[in-house]
Design a protein around this ligand. Structure first.
Ligand SMILES: [Ca+2]
Ligand SMILES: [Ca+2]
Ligand SMILES: [Ca+2]
Length: 279
């Protein structure tokens, strides 16, 4: 009887030992897989960051100033895709912060480096209490290669296209004459014909081409046709159909770029000296 109990205890012990070994093996395998996954994720982040850095260098080397409609369409497509490489996929590293006055409102401007070169690639606006305004952010690029930011790719929101595809859209702001002021903006929410949704191949392009900070040129950019569709001005305003209804852009008495310039100038003032946040 004692021998049977000892034998049974032995079997139980062997069973426990086997279980412990199996559990230890499983734990080891899980830890190994977790480490492998973390390492693969870190590698893929590093790869994306390097890809972004290279694409930014290519953009700067292109010295893009919209010399032709081909250049303009190529740059638009490139800048519409570039932020998506890193957006939400890498940690935000703060490289600057300042307060921003717009009319009666005070905001907090935050600058972030995404690709590890310590130069700001993204900005966001917080309210005056420091709470994030979740839809107010954008990405920063130097397209003419002079070392100064001249393109802001500003988040515009999600939208379904005519084929039922959901896309996160951007407005593009450009400073084409490198004077630190925005002189061209795009709007992707434009519809043509009987459509009530955009097809994403056409965007409204609003420009100040003579440098007086007032709009004197509004066209639709057709990305698939690589062409401009001129729109007519009536009574000092261009009217166009947007997904939100009939809209117009004034030409004569209003600096429509003021909002964009306030943000761009605050970005330029802070992005020139990246470093720890100022008090
Ligand atoms: Ca950077
Ligand atoms: Ca530049
Ligand atoms: Ca300008």
């Amino acid at each position: 009887m004692t021998a049977i109990i000892v034998f049974a205890q032995g079997q139980v012990q062997i069973g426990i030992n086997r279980m412990t070994t199996t559990m230890a093996n499983r734990l080891f395998m899980m830890t190994f897989l977790l480490l492998l996954l973390t390492s693969v994720q870190a590698q893929s982040k590093k790869k994306l960051m390097a890809q972004h850095k290279m694409a930014k260098a290519e953009l700067a080397a292109s010295r893009s100033t919209w010399g032709s409609i081909q250049d303009l369409c190529a740059e638009y497509k490139q800048l519409d895709e570039l932020p998506r490489l890193l957006w939400g996929k890498v940690p935000l590293v703060e490289v600057g912060r300042s307060s921003l006055q717009m009319g009666q409102m005070t905001f907090q401007l935050l600058l972030y480096d995404l690709d590890g070169d310590k130069v700001a690639d993204e900005f966001a606006l917080n309210d005056d209490k420091g709470l994030p305004l979740r839809e107010e952010f954008g990405f920063l690029y130097d397209a003419d290669g002079n070392g100064m930011i001249d393109r802001v790719i500003y988040y515009a929101g999600p939208m379904m296209d005519t084929k039922g595809n959901l896309k996160y859209l951007f407005h593009h702001w450009a400073d084409l004459n490198a004077d630190g002021r925005v002189d061209a903006i795009t709007n992707p929410f434009v519809v043509f014909g009987n459509d009530s949704l955009p097809d994403f191949n056409r965007v409204l392009l609003v420009r100040d081409t003579d440098g007086d900070n007032k709009v004197n040129n509004v066209q639709a950019l057709d990305l698939s046709e690589v062409a401009m569709i001129p729109l007519e001005a009536k009574d000092g305003a261009w009217t166009f159909r947007s997904v939100f209804g009939e809209d117009s852009i004034g030409v004569l008495d209003e600096d429509v770029f003021q909002f964009y310039n306030t943000i761009l100038q605050a970005i330029l003032a802070n992005a020139e000296r990246p470093g720890p946040p100022s008090p």
